[in-house]
Design a protein around this ligand. Structure first.
Ligand SMILES: NC(=O)C1=CN([C@@H]2O[C@H](COP(=O)(O)OP(=O)(O)OC[C@H]3O[C@@H](n4cnc5c(N)ncnc54)[C@H](O)[C@@H]3O)[C@@H](O)[C@H]2O)C=CC1
Ligand SMILES: O=C(O)[C@@H]1CCC=N1
Length: 270
């Protein structure tokens, strides 16, 4: 489906740009078949200059040119965008929404009958082609639509199809997840600085430690606690550090963060 399709983007902010960049870098669609509409003139200029994509004058022009249309506006802007789209999707493009918390049903009800919709929760590491996305299909999306959507999101990282009822949890886990990891990364760097390590060196060491640890989990397939035990000598340094994390309830705090973000995603959608 993607081999000859024009892919449209409504909204070219952080996530829209990350996806455009990934799709172009992966060579899935050439720049002349990527059309973008953003209400911000500045964003349009930037995207056209940086990636050579086609700018559409109006939302309708973008929608009408596209066989696959990615909606990458904030959830608060979705009602307006869907309302405007209803009149310009007679050609039934595949609609892919990345808006947090906006249910498939809401989108399907706002669009003419039969328009295929896929709801996706990606994350910002898509910017460096290391994203993690979960996709849920709507009532009118068939396997061809799903394959096209999975291909798009696999261009910017990994992607799994899931039942829609789990997408709020994915939002709380991996949609918001980069912020939790960055919070931890920042705290580790500060810990190094507290102990006298120059900040640029602490940053370099911490980033490599996080990257290396993640790859170790990915490449060995071993349980995280098994890999943790490898670091943790009896009576050594690590177990003293871990004791502090356990006493301060870091594990419960992280789980609570995922729960709070999941609930917020549900609230945004209701
Ligand atoms: N930032 C993140 O980590 C993630 C964001 N999302 C979802 O992605 C969507 C976009 O988020 P961001 O890119 O972070 O927001 P953003 O604010 O960076 O980008 C949104 C863009 O939409 C444009 N826009 C607003 N109304 C419009 C309209 N009517 N027509 C065309 N363009 C319009 C804005 O000018 C802006 O450039 C949101 O729905 C969010 O829930 C999903 C996963 C992760
Ligand atoms: O904070 C938010 O609402 C968006 C959705 C997932 C990540 N950022």
């Amino acid at each position: 489906m993607l081999s000859r399709a024009t892919v449209g983007f409504i909204g070219g902010g952080n996530m829209g740009e990350a996806l455009i960049r990934g799709v172009l870098q992966a060579g899935i669609v050439p720049a002349e078949r990527v059309v973008v509409f953003d209400v911000s003139r500045e964003r349009m200029k930037h995207l056209q200059a940086a990636y050579g994509v086609v700018g559409a004058e109006t939302l309708a022009a973008c929608a009408q040119a596209a066989r696959v249309l990615v909606l990458a506006v904030k959830p608060q802007n979705m009602a307006g965008v869907l309302n405007d789209l209803a009149d310009c999707v007679a050609h039934r493009p595949l609609i892919i929404s990345i808006a947090a918390g906006v249910p498939l049903r809401t989108m399907e009800d706002a669009l003419p009958p039969g328009v295929p919709v896929v709801r996706v929760m990606p994350n910002t590491p898509a910017l460096v082609l290391q994203g993690a996305s979960a996709l849920a299909r709507g009532r009118h999306a068939d396997d061809t639509h799903m394959e096209a959507a999975l291909t798009l999101f696999r261009a910017v990282g990994i992607a799994h199809e899931l039942d829609e009822k789990l997408l709020d949890a994915v939002t709380g886990l991996t949609g918001s997840g980069p912020a939790y990891v960055l919070h931890f990364v920042e705290s580790l760097i500060d810990g190094g600085v507290l102990m006298g390590i120059p900040r640029p060196v602490a940053r370099d060491l911490v980033v490599q430690t996080v990257l290396g640890t993640a790859r170790m989990v990915q490449e060995t397939g071993r349980h995280p606690s098994e890999l943790k035990d490898m670091v943790t000598s009896p009576g050594g340094t690590t177990i003293h550090g871990l004791e502090v994390l356990e006493k301060r309830g870091v594990r419960g705090a992280v789980m609570g963060a995922v729960r709070a973000a999941t609930e917020r995603s549900k609230a945004l959608g209701s």
